[in-house]
Design a binder for this molecule. Structure first.
Ligand code: PLP
Length: 407
């Protein structure tokens, strides 16, 4: 069926100004940073201000900025200080930026399976892969939907294993009245172009644990003991500092975070309402005690009802309505990417896999039923705070029309 272009739906994109709340406030603070002449956060005030306000917002003792979300995660992993070959339990479905720093810190990722609907790890899937060498558990609150932290924390505390929350997609999400990112031992956030708020690149770590926070501060700063009586470079660490230009934009963006989150939630709820009862389509499953903040809006498509499942629906949405979506989110589980599958790390050494238990690197597909079922069914719709109710009405009718056509 050929449609005229005016039938095509044009949605705001988080890759440019159409889908981002960037404006005069950012320009003003950026100008102040430049006029101050101090662009390093070791001497300036913008990054420090942002850290103080971010910590206050989450009611957490310490927040520290880093250059990227990946750097923030690396900083958290370094604070745990694993021995070569120690294990970090993580998820098969996440951003590679959450995984490569595990290897850089000489630990190995061990993949827990995920729930096929939410694509989140669970206490059960984590427990299956915990070993005597597990040094940390990393949970990713995928798409902004919180993992079941009550059960996960109970498991982790019973084994005395620290929990790192990857909140790159879950700004201001909540569970049981607690902010996501403050339930585990460390929370990590990203300010990359496509997150809830952005500085293009940037990251944040938060913690209530002073020892972990101290180690994270040092790690971001080449482990130089700023302010100590006899400072030295205490251990191996990079420069992961955020600069003041980024800090200025981050400060302006922080003021807009609550609006971004509230709009995303309101419109996601509206879309879920409109899609209720559509056969073959499951709207996001959010547990009663959770607030999902919708970095993306995901559907689970039943391939037995909808012809060619998520892939067929994505194709129809794109060709007939101009709506882009991502079936599968990531094409394959992280452990099937070359870096992990072929252990391409440092030269030909395969380090740190050389120091790992063999079972830690068993990526047999039969161990990951939820992962493969989840990837098969998921359809990820882009989402941002510049969407409006008419956009949601258009998306809902496009999905309903497409699904009816494919059923
Ligand atoms: C974006 C993202 C990261 C990496 O953050 P960067 O700022 O891109 O380095 C890590 N984990 C998850 C879940 C993400 O979505």
């Amino acid at each position: 069926m050929i449609h005229k272009t005016e039938d095509m739906i044009s949605l705001p994109s988080d890759q440019n100004s159409s889908g981002r709340m960037l404006g005069d406030e950012e320009i003003k603070l950026l100008g102040e940073a430049i006029e101050s002449g101090t662009l390093t956060s070791t001497k300036g005030t913008f990054v420090k201000d942002f850290e103080a306000r971010f910590a206050e917002m989450l009611g957490v003792k310490r927040a520290l900025c880093a250059s990227h979300g990946t750097a923030a995660l690396h900083t958290a992993y370094a604070a745990i200080d694993p021995e070569p070959g120690d294990e970090f339990v993580t998820t098969s479905i996440t951003d590679m930026g959450a995984l490569t720093p595990i290897l850089y810190q000489s630990a190995v990722p061990v993949f827990a399976d995920v729930d096929a609907d939410t694509l989140n790890v669970t206490a059960d899937s984590i427990e299956k892969v915990i070993s005597e060498r597990t040094k940390a558990i990393i949970v990713t609150h995928l798409f902004g939907n919180p993992c079941e932290m009550g059960e996960i924390m109970e498991l982790a505390r019973s084994k005395n294993i620290p929990v790192i929350e990857d909140c790159a997609q879950a700004f201001l999400a909540k569970q049981n009245g607690q902010w996501i990112g403050t339930i585990g031992d460390i929370g990590c956030f990203s300010l990359q172009q496509g997150k809830h708020i952005t500085t293009g690149e940037g990251g944040i770590v938060v913690s209530n644990n002073e020892d972990l926070a101290r180690r994270m501060f040092l790690f971001i700063n080449k482990a130089w003991g700023y302010g100590d009586p006899n400072p030295d470079h205490y251990f191996l660490a990079p420069n992961y500092r955020m600069n003041e230009l980024t800090g200025a934009v981050a400060l302006a963006q922080l003021e807009k975070l609550a609006d971004s989150v509230n709009t995303r939630i309101k419109l996601a709820d509206a879309l879920s309402d409109q899609l209720q009862g559509l056969r073959g389509v499951k709207t996001p499953r959010v547990s009663e005690n959770s607030i999902h903040t919708y970095w993306r809006y995901c559907l689970n498509i039943d391939g037995a009802v909808v012809e060619e499942g998520a892939i067929g629906l994505a194709k129809t949405l794109r060709e007939e309505f101009g709506i882009f979506s991502a079936p599968r989110y990531i094409q394959k589980p992280a452990f099937q990417c070359e870096v992990l599958r072929d252990q391409r790390t440092f030269g030909n050494s395969r380090f740190p896999f050389t120091h790992a238990r063999p079972e830690a690197c068993d990526y047999s597909p039969e161990l990951y039923p939820g992962t493969f079922a989840g990837l098969e069914s998921i359809l990820v719709l882009p989402w941002n705070e510049m969407y409006t109710e008419p956009h949601v009405d258009d998306i809902a009718s496009a999905i309903s029309d497409s699904v009816r056509k494919l059923s």
